[in-house]
Design a protein around this ligand. Structure first.
Ligand code: 5GP
Length: 211
């Protein structure tokens, strides 16, 4: 059985990174899609773990070779989701988390309508602003761009199936895990397992009737 694609979007500072780390720790058979980006590496980031950091020429080459499931320009940099990397994981039955922006989410859903989509909302604009300032990963200019973009991003909430309000991390992570686990229980996602069970009933019918 193939795994689910779980699209997770939020404005910058919405806390999706922290929630995703929790989910990866607590849920089995789930992987994280490592995107390609032209954004400069931040302190503490590792190439091949957080992103594949590439130059613009290499990024364009990947586009031409059809390596991306989707790509978009976000806050002035390019980001793209690898097609092969994720197909390899869903093909072995693992779910894959795509941490992508709202344009990317729209493009993935257009190609793969059964992808699960979750939008993480901060409890208020003020909390988002404070989180972005205290995490100190952006220069003042980048921080302003991210805050300005958040106004448009939150208005896209209605493109998503699920909304998780990130007020308190433990509770929000639990809610996200619940969505992922519930999606696995859908009848349509369990046809093989159900068939094996029903076959065992069919095979036993005669012996029971014969009793
Ligand atoms: P950051 O620079 O803070 O790591 O990410 C900036 C934004 O780009 C976030 O909203 C993040 O979800 C989004 N992003 C990261 N990877 C991808 C990707 O592969 N595709 C798209 N469309 N957005 C991405």
């Amino acid at each position: 059985m193939t795994g689910n694609l779980i699209i997770i979007s939020s404005p910058s500072g919405g806390g999706k990174g922290t929630l995703i780390k929790e989910v990866l720790k607590n849920v089995r058979d789930i992987d994280y899609s490592i995107s390609y980006t032209t954004r400069p590496m931040r302190n503490g980031e590792i190439n091949g773990r957080d992103y594949f950091f590439v130059g613009i020429a290499e990024f364009n080459e990947l586009i031409e070779k059809g390596e991306f499931l989707e790509y978009a320009q976000v806050h002035g940099n390019f980001y793209g989701t690898s097609l092969k990397q994720n197909a390899a994981k869903t093909n072995i039955g693992h779910d894959v988390i795509l941490e992508i922006d709202v344009q990317g989410a729209k493009n993935v859903r257009a190609k793969i309508p059964e992808a699960v989509s979750v939008f993480i909302l901060p409890p208020s604009f003020e909390v988002l602003r404070r989180r972005l300032i205290t995490r100190k990963t952006e220069k003042q200019q980048d921080l302003s761009v991210r805050l300005q973009n958040s106004f448009g991003e939150v208005r896209n909430f209605n493109q998503f199936e699920y909304i998780v309000i990130n007020n308190e991390v433990t509770e929000a992570a639990k809610n996200l895990e619940t969505i992922i686990l519930a999606e696995r229980q859908k009848r349509i996602r369990q046809t093989e397992a159900i068939r094996v069970i029903l076959d065992s009933f069919d095979a036993s019918l005669e012996s029971v009737l014969g009793d």
